[in-house]
Design a protein around this ligand. Structure first.
Ligand code: ALL
Length: 332
């Protein structure tokens, strides 16, 4: 009798433990399906919305306004809450660090970051990842060696091949140079991965033309006003410069302001970003070429990747978006 009772008890316990398991499973399924709902754009319940932050450098550069547009599209489609933060200037790296600190304190679910520096943001991002915040790196690449050294893992990277883009841009003006010509390069923030890659691409294109002599390489830190000043001092030293590659359109626009003011309409100018303002000067023949690096897609994908990571979906470690060459003939 005692044996029969113990047997029944064992069966009962087994059944109960199975019920327990399936209850856990049900809970898991529910969690996934509630995310599934938000994926279809359910904006009804603020509390269940994922909080995803987009951290960019500065809104003084229209490039980042395009990037935000793409991120907003993802926000609408996915039914998330998007928090957009930027620094005041291209060089406001300390401010980007404090922004990430604040986002950690406010316990966001994910951070999508276009870092101003490839190295300085890494310690604070480590802190974010240790606080269980998912991170996606877009635009300017975080230094892979330092990421590894600091123990940061699983940070998908979405950008373009910056060397290839700069090569295409510089090659477009280089191909128009048939007599001995002095050429200059205006670089982005030194040490930033994309700035270095663009310099490399431009150098490669210019090296292929034996008529070209590079006489100056200076940084203008991605800024329009600094590019104006840098171009002015370059032309004081080398008045016969005939072509300039600028690592972004804001700097190309600063260069063109100087050229306009000094009535130099014989200088070839190449840029990068495809800003509307750059398209305007290309149409007028004051600039020859720019590169569309599809900032909107970078912003969109960054947010989408973050959202999917939060749903447990693994993301590719590297996503490279196409660069497109933009000239007078592609604009018209
Ligand atoms: C980079 C972008 C740009 C942009 C620059 C300025 O990371 O890729 O081309 O103009 O940031 O901050």
């Amino acid at each position: 009798m005692k044996k029969v009772f113990l047997g029944i008890l064992a069966v009962l316990l087994a059944v109960l433990s199975l019920v327990g398991c399936s209850k856990d499973n049900l809970y898991e399924t529910k969690k996934v399906s509630s995310l599934g709902n938000t994926q279809q754009g359910d904006h009804s319940n603020n509390e269940t919305k994922r909080n995803i932050a987009l951290v960019m450098k500065t809104l003084t550069n229209p490039f980042f306004i395009e990037m935000e547009k793409g991120a907003r599209q993802a926000e609408n489609e996915l039914g998330i809450n998007l928090i957009v933060k930027t620094g005041a200037k291209e060089t406001s790296i300390e401010q980007q660090i404090s922004i990430v600190e604040e986002l950690i304190d406010s316990k966001v679910d994910a951070i999508v970051i276009a870092p101003g520096s490839s190295t300085d943001l890494i310690p604070v991002l480590k802190k974010a990842q240790d606080s269980n915040i998912s991170i996606v790196n877009i635009d300017n690449r975080l230094d892979p060696m330092l990421l590894k050294k600091m123990g940061l893992t699983d940070i998908p990277f979405i950008s373009v091949n910056n060397e290839e883009g700069a090569y295409k841009s510089a090659k477009y003006i280089s191909d128009q140079i048939t007599k001995p010509t002095k050429v200059a390069i205006i670089e982005g923030i030194r040490g930033a991965y994309n700035a270095e890659q663009r310099k490399k691409g431009a150098l490669k294109a210019f090296a292929e033309n034996p008529k070209i002599q590079i006489v100056a390489m200076e940084t203008a830190n991605w800024k329009i006003d600094e590019a104006y000043t840098v171009t002015s001092s370059m032309f004081n030293k080398h008045p016969d410069v005939g072509a300039i590659f600028c690592a972004n359109d804001m700097m190309a626009l600063g260069t063109i302001q100087y050229l306009d003011k000094s009535n130099r309409n014989d200088v070839l100018v190449a840029g990068f970003d495809n800003l509307v303002e750059a398209q305007n000067v290309i149409s007028k023949g004051k600039m020859q070429v720019t590169i569309n690096q599809q900032a909107e897609i970078q912003g969109y994908r960054g947010v989408k990747f973050a959202f999917e990571m939060l749903s447990g979906i693994e993301q590719p470690q590297e996503t490279i978006i196409d660069v497109k060459i933009v000239t007078k003939s592609t604009i018209n």
